[in-house]
Design a binder for this molecule. Sequence first.
Ligand code: ATP
Ligand code: MG
Length: 510
Amino acid sequence: MKITHSLYRRISIVLLAVFLVMAVLLAWLFEQSSQSIQDETSQRLHLKLAEHIVHDLSIDEDGSFNKESIKKAFHMMMVLGPSIELYVVDAQGKLLAYDAPEEKIKLRHINIAPIQQFTRGEPELPLLGDDPRSSTRMKIFSAASIQHKDKMIGYLYIIIGGENYDSISTALQLSKAWQIGLFGMGAALLFLLAASLLLFYALTKPLRVLTLEITAFEQSGFKQLPASNKQQNAHSATTHKTERSINSSEVSQLSSSFHHMAQQIVELLERLEKLDKVRKEFLAYVSHDLRTPLTGTTAYLETLALKFDSLEDSEKLDFIAKSQANCLRLDSMINELFELARLDNNQVSLNSQSFSIEDSLSDLYASLEGIAQKKHIQLKVQCELENSSVNGDIAKLERVIQNLVENAIHYTPDNGTVTISANATPTNPTGSIRIAISDTGQGISEEDLPYIFEPYYRSKNALEPYQKGTGLGLAICQRLLALHEIQLNVDSTLHQGTCFFFDIAVEAEI
Ligand SMILES: Nc1ncnc2c1ncn2[C@@H]1O[C@H](COP(=O)(O)OP(=O)(O)OP(=O)(O)O)[C@@H](O)[C@H]1O
Ligand SMILES: [Mg+2]
């Protein structure tokens, strides 16, 4: 929240600064351009003024200026036209005559170049010249050369908009037109600023929402999906057009990526937690399961040692047989653990050869029939194929099928049916064979299905009635098939039955 707030605040400050600079710049430009237009208009109006007045200047016969009479004439003219100031300058720009108190004159020598440019003909207006009453200020002017007996003896230099004019003009600068112009400009800028701030507020809103969601998600320990994740699909159908256009922005893409990521994190965490629980349960279970046969065997051996002479032969044989069974069970458990570890470490290689599926299935049937009969389970083999041969590690593939059939027998209550079938794969009838092991047993709940191939995982419904098992069988089967690049699949309905199946490529007709 802090981040987006400060982001919006930062954007607002930058915008405000930009608008302030723009306002100052625009006001300056406005002032400059209106000044320039005003100058040009005034100078154009007074273009011939000096030329008209120059003939009335009283010049002595010797070509010198009669300063007193000029001063009087200038005074007269400045009374009639208070916005002008008149000066007579020589050819180098030195002031010769004027009507002004001495202390007001700051420049006694002015730049002659603009005057020469002006008197030469059509100058580019506005043309500025030195103002004798200021050492820095430049002013528009009118000028004409003063001739005496066909000789140029100086210039009449008229400042337009003199000191009087300046003071009145400054007072009027904020006159009506100015005020309206500035007010209009200010209002437009303010409106633009408000509109931009609103727009940024709307644009950063999804970002603020996203930040809130990320923070909430983080605070929930990455376990609680953001609320909008659930609403997202329903909402997208009814989203308003404008919102849709904002939603299609990068922020919206970011938001949907985050929601996707959050969903995956939640699922992954749930999965990890569940697997961790399974692993812990397994440790407790395995240590118990390894200890049970071990304790049993130790007890039998201790009794044998202690009462060897007093025990009947039949009792001794029974103790030895039970110890042997316990050792076999321990052996198979430890073997399964090692086998899985070897498979996970890629230490198992394939010994491939071509073999007949039919032959394999009938061998398996022969070895498994006994176990099925013990549970009064009907074991069936359905093989519609004739002389189909496949390529693979026969021992490992038979181990997979045997494991799946043992599971099916194990998790099917008495008097059920287990079927091993080998038929053409429906989606690829000529290219591969589908081997399926189906039963009419417990079934696996939907909740358990995604986990049954995980090592040590045992589903709840199977756990209660059938205590035996380490939860490694399917993990080993899956890895053995993966070595052949074959995927092990499962279909199951709770309390109805389960079907494990995989497809194996046909090699050739024998
Ligand atoms: N045919 C089946 N019907 C119902 N549940 C099954 C079936 N096959 C497997 N399962 C479920 O999948 C779990 C995992 O099976 P897996 O063969 O990996 O382990 P296990 O049979 O429990 O132990 P073991 O490692 O000794 O085989 C079983 O505990 C059981 O819950
Ligand atoms: Mg098993």
